[in-house]
Design a binder for this molecule. Sequence first.
Ligand code: ARG
Length: 463
Amino acid sequence: MSLIRGRFQKKADKLVAEYTASITFDRRLYPHDIAGSIAHAKMLVKQGIISDKEAETIINGLTTIRQEIEQGEFEFKPELEDIHMNIEARLIEKVGEVGGKLHTARSRNDQVAVDLRLFAKEAISDTLAKLREFQQALISLAEANKEVIIPGYTHLQSAQPVLLAHHLLAYFEMLQRDVGRFNDCLKRTDVMPLGSGALAGVAYNIDREFLAKELGFSLISQNSIDAVSDRDFVLEYEAAASICMMHLSRLAEEIILWSSAEFNFIELDEAYATGSSIMPQKKNPDVAELARGKAGRVYGKLMALLTTMKALPLSYNKDMQEDKEGFFDTVDTLLSTLGVFSGMVKTLRVKVENTRRAVEQGYILATDLADYLVKKGEAFRTAHDIVARLVRYAMERDKTFSELSLAEYKNFSPLFTEDVYSITVESSVAARDNIGGTAPERVAEALAHAKDIVEGDKGILDA
Ligand code: ARG
């Protein structure tokens, strides 16, 4: 195809054409490519670089090409390498030589940069919407189980009682930081690179402000060399996506543990679980397992692009074509994971009888016993020591704290009196009444705050 063979007489080797083509994946950029081209044509006519008539022909041509693609009537040709050449060639085929004026004052290098940035801006806004939806799901599960107390863990060892809502709101916080990261990434994505040309800028009197306005960009790139060689915005999205997937994988792990027979804290809705082909009793948390697994996939794309970009000389290099598949896959993986998690979390049932039993087992109130002695004047370290011995004593006799007699308590410290029996899981959580603590009132406040953020959608922009 003469359009890209330049000074060559030979056609590209078939394998070379296949190897270098990106059309199998970058066709997805067609709406952005066409939007960019229409804005460019409008700018060219505004600046008197092409005529009104020519611009009209080009814009009408591009509009019908968009329809052709949307109706599945467009023939994507691998020999035309990428989406930019495919659309341009079709335009020339449809409207004749005037179509060839579209590429005046432009290069595929600034063209692909603008396409990808438009795509990324959409991806970020879809991601933010899905993050909100998921935060909403966490809030509704927390609200539906406001009173439920579960064992809180450190080292996966039962540690202190906490409200389930408090535990769920920990994920809300993580997601709120994700919202912040994607918003931040948006600031550096929202920069218009057109006008950078191949690398040095273009030798025409163009209007970059007009282009930015037309395409909805807030800023204009300030260095043409940087503009065509920068993929930081893709890396930032992938980095934010990696952290977000890490968060989701932690929740996934807890859902997997909690739905096991050993924990038995939750039951997944049947629509969000799968059966086993051999063991009829199984109800597998496949969604959570896959999300846990897909975190690795998303990290991989980030590592791949970091490695691709490493040590690339300025400015554009073909290596950079490798940015797209990983980016698209990351966006798709994150959006689908967030979507399916919202449904899974919203519909799961908490088995309150079991969480209650779990929280009453063991010596989860040991810290509270130590705090009790501290309030009666004992030094914390001594109190810790007394309770440690008490735990050992009770364990050896297979007794819970409440099964010990007051005389037994008194053998460990004279400070123990009858009111030691009023230490309960409820008193334990209620005592943790500081900002960020698990006391029911604090958690109710945190829940109300979370709802404000999600409903007012303040946080989307302010996070
Ligand atoms: N398909 C190319 C990419 O994805 C578009 C830019 C090509 N530029 C060039 N000078 N070959 O990066």
